[in-house]
Design a protein around this ligand. Structure first.
Ligand SMILES: CC(C)(COP(=O)(O)OP(=O)(O)OC[C@H]1O[C@@H](n2cnc3c(N)ncnc32)[C@H](O)[C@@H]1OP(=O)(O)O)[C@@H](O)C(=O)NCCC(=O)NCCS
Length: 134
C-alpha cells in the first residue's frame, strides 16, 4: 500500500506509539511530551493502514533547527519512508525561514547513512548531551 506523508507534528499518543515501537520506551519523560511536542517548529507523520512514521524539528524558528524523533515502524522499513520524513522536514524548514539555516541532529548508527546521503556530516565537532534528572 502506498504511504502518505503529512506535514504536522505527531500527537503525544502517536509519538509514544512509535517511540515504543522503535525501542525508545525509556528515552522520554512522558509527562513532558505534550508540551515538548507543542513546542515543535514543524513535524511529519506517515500513514498507510495506520501510523508508520514520524519526525519533527525543534529550534528557534529562524536559524537554528534540530531534527528529532525520526522513527519508522519496524514493519515498514526500507521503503524510503525515513528519507521521505527527513526530506519533508528540510522542505518545511526552508519554507519557514529565508536564507541560511543550521540544521543539526543526533544520528543513530542505523540512520547515519541516510543522513550522510542527504548532506549531513560529523565534521570536527563531537555531539554531546546529558539527561538531567530530579
Ligand atoms: C533510521 C530509520 C528512520 C530509517 O527508516 P527507513 O524508512 O527504513 O529508511 P529508508 O527506507 O528511507 O532508507 C534510507 C536509506 O538508509 C538506508 N538504511 C535504512 N535502514 C538501514 C540500516 N538499518 N542500515 C543501513 N542502512 C540503512 C537505506 O539503504 C536507504 O538508503 P538508499 O535510499 O540509498 O537506498 C529507521 O530504521 C528507524 O526508525 N530506526 C529506529 C529509530 C532511529 O534510529 N531513528 C533515527 C533517529 S536519528
Amino acid at each position: 500500500m502506498p504511504y502518505t506523508v503529512t506535514a504536522r507534528v505527531p500527537t503525544p499518543e502517536e509519538h509514544r506509539f512509535l517511540a515504543e515501537a522503535v525501542g525508545w520506551g525509556d528515552a522520554f519523560w512522558w509527562e513532558a511530551m505534550p508540551a515538548s511536542l507543542a513546542g515543535s517548529t514543524c513535524g511529519v507523520v506517515v500513514h498507510d493502514d495506520g501510523l508508520i512514521g514520524m519526525g519533527r524539528v525543534v529550534g528557534d524558528g529562524a536559524f537554528y533547527f534540530y531534527i528529532e524523533d525520526v522513527a519508522v515502524h519496524p514493519d515498514h522499513r526500507a521503503r524510503g519512508i525515513g528519507r521521505a520524513i527527513v526530506e519533508s522536514l528540510v522542505r518545511q524548514v526552508r519554507d519557514l525561514a529565508p536564507g541560511h539555516h543550521f540544521v543539526g541532529l543526533f544520528a543513530t548508527p542505523e540512520a547515519e547513512a541516510l543522513y550522510r546521503s542527504l548532506g549531513w556530516e560529523a565534521k570536527e565537532m563531537l555531539g554531546m548531551w546529558q539527561v538531567l534528572r530530579d
